[in-house]
Every structure is written in C-alpha cells, then in structure tokens.
Write a protein that binds this ligand. Structure first.
Ligand code: DP6
Length: 328
C-alpha cells in the first residue's frame, strides 16, 4: 500500500537545544511550540518487495546519500515494527524552501512517520507516532499535533516516555507568526551539530538547561491566559538564551546575519511604539515574529521594507499531521 501524509512545521516558543541520548535522539529538556498552517510537507511512502534499496526524492530531485541514509535508518524502525525487510520509495514535497532554515526536518519526519506507518498497515496512537517521529528529528515529535504543543523529555532510558502532547488545538488562540525570509541564507551549522557542540563545549549550557523547567511552567500559564506580552517575552528570552549558549561554544556558533539583527531591533522598536510583537530565531538567520492578527498587515509592511528581508510569510496556528492519500 502507498500512503501520503501532510505535516506542518512548528516553531518552538520554548526551545529544545541538546540531547540526553544522541542515539535515541532523546532531548535533554522539554519544549513548547506552535504548529504553522501556512507551511507544509507532503510525503508519500511506498514499500515494495521489488525495490532493492530505499530511494528518497526531495522536491522532485533524488536526495544526497547522507539524506537518504538518515531516512533509511528512520525507516528501519518501521520495518522492524511491522516485521518486513522491504525497501521503500519516499517522495517528499515542501511548499517552502528546504534550505531556508524553516524546520523542514520537523514537518518532514512527522509526515514520513505517518506515511511509513500507514503504508505498512500500522495503526499507531499519536503519542507513539510522536515518539517515533522524535527519532528522526526532535522537533518532528511536536509536528504530530496542531496548535500549541509540549514535548516531554521523558525519563526512561529507552525513550518510551519522550513524546509530545497537545496543550491547545489550533482554534484556541488566533495569533500570527510572521516568518521573515532573509536574502543572505549562508550555510549554517545544522541543529544537531550545533546543539552537540554547545553541550560539549559551552560553559553556559548547564545554566541553559537548569532554567528550562521554569520557562515551561511560565509558558503554560501564559498560553492559558492568551497573554501575548508574556508569551512573547518568554519566547524571546528562550531564543536569546539558546543563542547565547551556542555563541559561547568553541568554536562559537553564530546563526545570525546583518538582516537578523536589523529585524530584532525593528521588532523592539515597533514594540516601543506600542505594537505587541516578539521575535524568535532557530538554527538559521530567519526571524519569526509573534503578533496579533490586527497588527499583521502593518508589521508585514514594515518588515518588507527592511534591508536583508526577501519575503514575509504569514502563518497562523495550524493542524497536526494527517493522511491525505492512500492507494493499494
Ligand atoms: C533551534 O529538531 O532540528 O529549532 O533532533 O537533532 O534533528 P534534531 O534537532 P532539531 O532541533 C531543533 C532546534 C531548534 C529549537 C526547537 O525547535 O525546539
């Protein structure tokens, strides 16, 4: 059977940065995110006994050996669960540039987890799907769900309790996340490499880790109250703290470019003028701005004029992963 699944990337409001077990991809801390409606990945998986290797097609082009072997290792988990040794053909399409640092691994592995399990006839509960998606990429565990999502780091050594759960569905709170695509997207240190280096060499990593439980508690309360100022302030703090600990690695990791810094300053300037707008940044130069729907247009106009910003994509809270096609 062949199955196609659609998943949306998510942006962490409280960041995940560091692993307690690299092999099982177990996060060192919890995290909280928002799933984005405007961006998506659609992935089709087909297992067949006539295939003699796994094949990965990304946006119409055969993927590199590295990307294919990461997917093959991920598919091994599903092969072993269903007791098959068949290879698969995986075709994945993003509606946003893969290289733009927009968490394509989150939507990619969430969609692949559902497409692969469905095509093998496995009917997995969302928490199990989330646990398995995590093995592909930590942030993918959160893209199983829509709206506002919390990832638990778990305590078990086999990772059976390290999965995400939904805090609030996408209809809970109508907010916007403006994604500023920077024109100068130079090659970055991957999230995996960046967090591993930070853990191994940054003197600030342990401080980072020790503050996360409080950040998570405060973010849960702020979300419940739909308090844009508090949610935004906590998200900005979590982002800057993550970047500060990465910058203090050896060699230091700097994900920002000129445009990133200009955009951060602009957000704060607009905030001083009374518009509730808050930034967050992942392992790349793109700045994402959290704001209210009524300020979306005004803010977009401001950011479109900013040097270094190529494009502004507007996202609202989006849905979790789903099957969009099945055929024998
Ligand atoms: C900065 O999920 O990409 O976006 O588990 O190694 O694949 P791996 O890392 P990944 O890291 C995401 C890091 C982040 C923060 C976040 O999304 O929580």
């Amino acid at each position: 059977m062949q199955a196609t699944a659609k998943a949306h990337p998510n942006i962490a409001l409280i960041k995940y940065w560091g692993k307690r077990n690299a092999e099982l991809n177990l996060p060192a801390t919890g995290s909280i995110s928002m799933t984005l409606d405007a961006l998506w990945t659609e992935t089709t998986a087909r297992f067949d006994k006539t295939f003699d290797q796994d094949i990965l097609i990304l946006d119409g082009t055969q993927a590199t050996q590295n990307a294919t072997s990461r997917v093959s290792q991920f598919l091994d988990i599903f092969r072993s669960l269903s007791g098959t040794d068949q290879f698969a053909r995986v075709e994945s399409v993003n509606n946003f540039p893969t290289a733009a640092g927009l968490a394509s691994s989150a939507s990619g592995f969430a969609a692949l987890a559902l497409a692969a399990s469905t095509s093998l006839g496995l009917d997995l509960a969302p928490t199990k799907l989330s646990e398995l998606a995590r093995r592909g990429s930590g942030s993918a565990a959160r893209s199983i769900y829509g709206g506002f999502v919390e990832m638990s780091p778990g305590e078990k050594s086999d990772g059976a309790d390290a999965f995400a759960t939904q805090l609030y569905a996408e209809s809970f709170w109508d907010v916007r996340l403006l994604v500023l695509i920077m024109s100068d997207a130079s090659k970055q240190v991957s999230s995996t490499d960046g967090m591993n280096r930070t853990m191994a060499t940054s003197p600030y990593y342990s401080a980072w880790k020790s503050t996360i439980p409080t950040d998570l508690d405060e973010m849960r309360v702020a979300l419940k109250r739909k308090d844009i100022h508090r949610v935004g302030e906590l998200a900005e703090h979590s982002c800057l703290k993550m970047h500060a600990s990465s910058m203090a690695s050896r060699p230091g990791i700097i994900y920002w470019n000129k445009g990133t810094v200009e955009a951060m300053n602009k957000v704060r300037e607009l905030r001083n003028d009374g518009i509730p707008a808050y930034f967050t940044i992942d392992a790349g130069p793109q700045v994402k701005v959290l704001c209210l729907p009524e300020d979306e247009e005004k803010l977009t106009t401001h950011f479109q004029q900013l040097p270094g910003v190529e494009k502004v994509i507007t996202a609202s809270p989006g849905p979790g992963v789903s099957i969009v096609g099945e055929s024998p």
